[in-house]
Design a protein around this ligand. Structure first.
Ligand code: NZQ
Ligand code: ZN
Length: 381
């Protein structure tokens, strides 16, 4: 194992009614000015907005809305939120949504505390924020695990880059499976596939042999597949939704990553694909994963064989990848670039740009050249 320091920064309140039971107390030690951040309006239709604002008002908070956070949140939206937070003297940011709302708020929280441009500070000066407005997350769509980590994925439209930024993790996360009831079926499945991807990407990093993280990651993968299959039969199976909500947090809360390196190559390709196409994150991953794994299977055959057996009851490394590809189809997820919802037509030229601009990982079974990344992406056409 590599050296590590480990601490859980986020207190989790899980279960039905968690906001009603815990939100007021969770906010009691913060000032009165709360920024209530959300996306395109789903929380106004499903009653969550009303429930949360009434809890906040009864707790004596002044609520300032920050709305319209889009999927694949942009750096421009971060700046809008930071301006508002400064103007309104915000004491606490409450993100109510999926990964996009939570990520946007993490960076708003840091940008509101500095006059420096945060993108420039992190990407060019390699300095990271030390002061943030405290924030919390109420998850309404699970999958990313953003509620329990300090990273955020932001799209800089001007620079055509979608990438991870560092910030602070939420102080608390409220995970109520009931709050996800109205999530459209395809988003539920895409989110869960993202969870599966996080556990796979961690597992296929070059870990020490017999690292406990590998065993836990495999369990999360298997459990995610089992519960996704339950949802394919009945999308309103709330027990399965709850299981997946915790799988999602477990896969990205850092517990799998202590003392080891990870892969996350599929994520790097998907993030840049997202920068050019604005495609759905989980769906982009579904398209890329099998093609990527067929390229590296020989470089980590033992690991792929174990993955095949534990997650899909398949009996060889290659059969495991075939089973993953079949599972993607079984879920109705896109398996080809042309099946993705994209703001531009995905052409070989677009994929060349993606290959030329994505981060290249060095801790995967084999480092890929940009030409090989392009080849992988072209195989997804
Ligand atoms: O905007 P609204 O109207 O709320 O609609 C959203 C959005 O259209 C909808 N939704 C959310 N809760 C709902 C609901 N609809 C009905 N009922 C509800 N209860 O769901 C749609 C998708 O939401 P979004 O937040 O975009 O999805 P997701 O949670 O998959 O987040 C994706 C973003 O997270 C990043 C991705 O790159 C992408 O930008 N990621 C963040 C990570 C992290 N910070 O740890 C890790 C991931 O690998 C990922 O990269
Ligand atoms: Zn992801």
């Amino acid at each position: 194992m590599k050296q590590f320091v480990y601490e859980y920064a986020t207190k989790v309140y899980f279960g039905e009614g968690a906001a009603k039971e815990h939100l007021a107390l969770a906010l009691s030690s913060y000032g009165p000015n709360v920024m209530l951040a959300y996306g395109g309006g789903s929380i106004k239709k499903n009653g969550i907005y009303e429930e949360v604002t009434s809890i906040l008002k009864n707790a004596g908070k002044r609520v300032v809305d920050f709305s319209g956070i889009m999927s694949n949140p942009t750096y421009a939206k971060v700046q809008e939120g930071a301006q508002l937070a400064k103007k309104e003297n915000i004491d606490f940011i409450l993100a109510v949504g999926g990964g996009s709302v939570i990520d946007c708020c993490k960076i708003v929280a840091a940008q509101a505390k500095t006059e420096e441009d945060l993108w420039e500070m992190e990407m060019e000066k390699h300095k990271f924020p030390t002061e943030v407005i405290p924030m919390g997350a109420i998850v309404t769509a699970s999958g990313t695990g953003a509620e329990m980590n300090g990273g955020a994925v932001i799209t800089n439209e001007e620079k055509q880059i979608k990438t991870g930024m560092a910030a602070s993790a939420p102080r608390f996360a409220i995970l109520d499976p009931e709050y996800t009831r109205s999530v459209p079926r395809m988003q539920v499945i895409s989110g869960a596939f993202d969870t599966l991807s996080h556990a796979m990407e961690t597992y296929f990093g070059n870990s020490d042999k017999d690292n406990v993280s590998d065993d836990v990651a495999l369990s999360i993968m298997r459990n995610t597949v089992v519960n996704m299959r339950r949802l394919l039969k009945d999308i309103d199976d709330m027990e399965a939704r709850g299981n997946l909500m915790w799988d999602s947090a477990m896969a990205e809360n850092g517990i799998l990553k202590v003392g080891r390196v990870t892969d996350f190559s599929a994520h790097q390709m998907e993030h840049q694909l997202g920068a050019y196409t604005d495609c759905n994150h989980g769906q982009g991953l579904a398209v890329i994963h099998p093609a990527y794994y067929r390229h590296i299977v020989k470089d980590a055959e033992e690991k792929f064989t174990r993955f095949a057996k534990v997650v899909f009851d398949a009996d060889s490394a290659e059969a495991g990848i075939d089973a993953l590809a079949a599972f993607i189809r079984e879920c109705g997820l896109p398996a080809k670039m042309e099946e993705l919802k994209s703001k531009v037509t995905i052409t070989p030229q677009v994929l060349r740009k993606v290959a030329d601009t994505c981060n290249v990982i060095k801790t995967n079974p084999r480092e890929l050249s940009r030409d090989e990344i392009y080849e992988i992406l072209m195989e997804c056409m």
